[in-house]
Ligand binder design. Structure first.
Ligand SMILES: Nc1ncnc2c1ncn2[C@@H]1O[C@H](COP(=O)(O)OP(=O)(O)O)[C@@H](O)[C@H]1O
Ligand SMILES: [Mg+2]
Length: 277
């Protein structure tokens, strides 16, 4: 099992204040401390972690993720990834947003290859990577079509493949399945778990859906809002690989209810939390 651990993401006393157009002070994140460690097998293999940041709308989840991505800066405190203070975006961190943003003038394969091209990856290697990733997200036969002709779930699969292409050590996902219908969302959760198992990367996944959090995570950071803080770090004990049968089990429902209870009892809860049972 775990021989040693090193810190992947460290959030130290981070606060982020915004000002509304009318000058009102908004304390989006206050004194957040969080640590995502990376686990290694005794043989030295990087096992990867699946962490979920769960909280109601407006509690500061996106703000926190954007600071880790280097798209925003804390008002005070420090954000470190792999021991380095984050100052700007980098290819060690891949980001997947709720709304898929692709280049409409590029095909699916070209979109997946784009980042590698920018980073000077040789063509033969780009092709091999694109073929492999399109296969793992089930889009091989759509390689030459344009993304806008695809369904929302398929577009998110392109986004995941594009992110994996740069072999990031951390993948940050901001409610990536939030706009999908229930069936597609469930399929995508399964696909993501499978990909995560194959790549052993560390994922920090944001959601406001309790069931999604419990199904995917090995640990859940529960957030409260106004101001956004972490109220609890919940360990999810279920074995992997996980499949849909888990969602029928009483242990699963019990943990779901526990997490929901913690969310409800969190101070300052203002937004809505989705519970899907
Ligand atoms: N650029 C910004 N300017 C002003 N307020 C912002 C900005 N970004 C986020 N906020 C505010 O910060 C709080 C947290 O927002 P956000 O991180 O988007 O929450 P979540 O992703 O959990 O829904 C909200 O009150 C939001 O209105
Ligand atoms: Mg958000």
């Amino acid at each position: 099992m775990e021989a040693n651990k090193k810190s992947k993401i460290t959030i130290k006393d981070v606060s982020r204040v915004f000002f509304s157009p009318s000058g009102e002070r908004i304390e989006a994140i206050k004194d957040v401390n969080l640590e995502v460690e990376d686990a290694f097998s005794p043989a030295g293999r990087d096992i990867g972690e699946f962490r979920v940041l769960l909280g109601p709308s407006g509690c500061g989840k996106s703000t926190l993720l954007r600071m880790i991505a280097g798209l925003d800066k804390p008002t005070s405190g420090q954000v470190l990834v792999n021991g380095e203070v984050v100052t700007h975006p980098g290819k060690d961190r891949g980001m997947v947003f709720q709304k898929y943003t692709s280049f409409p003038w590029l095909t699916v394969a070209e979109n997946v290859a784009y980042g590698m091209k920018i980073n000077g990856v040789p063509e033969a290697q780009r092709k091999e990577t694109v073929d492999r990733l399109l296969k793992s997200v089930g889009l091989t036969e759509f390689a030459d079509v344009y993304p806008e002709t695809l369904s929302g779930g398929m577009q998110q699969r392109v986004a995941i493949a594009r992110t994996l292409a740069l072999r990031p050590s951390v993948i940050l996902m901001d409610e990536p399945f939030g706009a999908l219908d229930a069936q597609t969302r469930s399929d995508m959760q399964q696909l993501l778990l499978q990909i995560w198992d194959e790549t052993a990367c560390t994922i920090l996944f944001v959601t406001h859906d309790v069931e999604e959090a419990v199904y995917l995570a090995d640990r859940i950071f529960i957030m409260s809002s106004h101001p956004g803080t972490i109220v609890e770090d919940v360990h999810v004990p279920f074995d992997r690989p996980r499949n849909l049968e888990l969602k029928e089990k009483s242990e699963f429902h019990d943990l779901q209810h526990y997490v929901l209870g913690r969310l409800k009892s969190a101070p300052g809860i203002g937004g809505h939390v989705r519970v899907s049972i």
